[in-house]
Design a protein around this ligand. Structure first.
Ligand SMILES: [Fe+2]
Length: 294
C-alpha cells in the first residue's frame, strides 16, 4: 500500500503519515513507522482513519509499547470489551458523563508530559478523534529534542547537569489558583506520590537523543538554584521550546489519530465551549523504557 509522510514543523519535530488504512500495513512498514516516529521526536499524526476498528487501534498502538488497561479509571468511561480505550470528552447519557471530562484552562497553556511526577511514567499516549467541536479543543505538541539542539552551546552546557523536582502537589496548587473549588491533595496522596528528582535535560532510551524535559507546571524547583533564578530560567526555556519551529498545534478532525512520546514531546490542551459542543476522543496509553537514568 502506498504510504508517504511529511514533517509537521519546520524543525522536523512531528510527522504526518499519509496512509489510507493503517490496519493494512505489513510488519516491515510498521517497523519503518516506529523508526520514523522516534526520528521525528515522538509525534505521529495519521488522518482519515474513521474506519479503524477498536481491535485494529489497540494493535496499532501496541507497536509503540505495551498498551495499558486503565484500571484506575471509572469503568463507565471505558469502551465495552476494550479496557484499553478510555473515552475522553463531555458526552453524557441520562445526565451522567460517559467519558472522562477534563476541562482545559484558557491560556497560558499548561505544557506538560504526562505524570512526570510519578515513576514509572506512561511512555506515550494515543488520541483518536471521534467527535470534535467546530472551534477550540486544539492540542499543542512541542518537541524536546529539536528545541534542545537549537539552544546556544553555552546554554546547553549550563543546563545539562541540572536536576528538577517534579511535584504533583505543586501542579495541584497551580490548578487551584484558576479553579479554587479543586480540593488540595490529601495527605495520603501526597505520601503516595512524593516529589521526584528528574534531569532537566533527559536522554531518550531509544533514540539516545537529549531533550528539554520541561513540564514547567510540574516543576517545583531546580536543585541548587534559588526560586528567583529557577523560575525565569524555566519560563525562558519553555518560551524557547514552544516557538512555532518546534511546536505543532493540532486542530482535530474526526478520524485523526495522534501518538506522542512522553519522553520526547510536551503537550498542552486548550479549552472549548462544552455547554454548546460535543467532544469525544479515545485515549490509549502505553508503557515502555523510562528516560535514561530511571
Ligand atoms: Fe496530558
Amino acid at each position: 500500500m502506498a504510504i508517504s509522510s511529511r514533517p509537521l514543523t519546520p524543525s522536523g519535530f512531528g510527522l504526518e503519515l499519509r496512509c489510507s488504512e493503517l490496519s493494512k500495513l505489513g510488519k516491515e512498514d510498521l517497523n519503518a513507522v516506529l523508526d520514523d516516529f522516534h526520528e521525528a521526536g515522538g509525534l505521529l499524526l495519521v488522518r482519515n482513519q474513521q474506519q479503524i476498528s477498536h481491535r485494529q487501534l489497540v494493535d496499532f498502538v501496541g507497536i509503540f509499547g505495551q498498551v495499558e488497561l486503565n484500571e484506575k479509571y471509572n469503568p463507565a468511561f471505558l469502551e465495552p470489551s476494550y479496557p484499553e480505550l478510555l473515552r475522553i470528552g463531555n458526552t453524557k447519557q441520562n445526565g451522567e458523563y460517559t467519558a472522562l471530562f477534563i476541562k482545559a484552562d484558557p491560556p497560558p497553556l499548561m505544557w506538560h508530559t504526562d505524570d512526570s511526577f510519578r515513576h514509572p511514567q506512561p511512555a506515550g499516549s494515543c488520541l483518536f478523534c471521534v467527535h470534535t467541536p467546530p472551534e477550540g479543543a486544539a492540542t499543542g505538541f512541542a518537541g524536546m529534542h529539536a528545541s534542545y539542539e537549537a539552544l546556544p552551546e553555552k546554554t546547553r552546557h549550563d543546563i545539562d547537569e541540572m536536576e528538577a523536582i517534579h511535584s504533583y502537589d505543586y501542579l495541584n496548587e497551580l490548578l487551584r489558583i484558576k479553579s479554587p473549588h479543586r480540593p488540595p491533595l490529601s495527605e495520603e496522596l501526597k505520601q503516595q506520590i512524593p516529589p521526584i528528582v528528574r534531569p532537566l535535560v533527559a536522554q531518550h532510551p531509544v533514540s539516545k537523543k537529549k531533550g528539554l524535559y520541561l513540564p514547567v507546571c510540574h516543576i517545583m524547583s531546580i536543585l541548587g538554584l534559588a526560586e528567583e533564578e529557577a523560575r525565569p530560567l524555566l519560563n525562558e526555556l519553555q518560551r524557547h521550546m514552544t516557538q512555532p519551529s518546534f511546536t505543532h498545534m493540532h486542530n482535530w478532525q474526526p478520524g485523526d489519530l495522534v501518538i506522542w512520546d512522553n519522553r520526547s514531546a510536551l503537550h498542552a490542551p486548550t479549552p472549548f465551549d462544552d455547554d454548546k459542543h460535543k467532544r469525544l476522543m479515545y485515549r490509549l496509553t502505553f508503557g515502555g523504557e523510562q528516560i535514561v537514568g530511571f
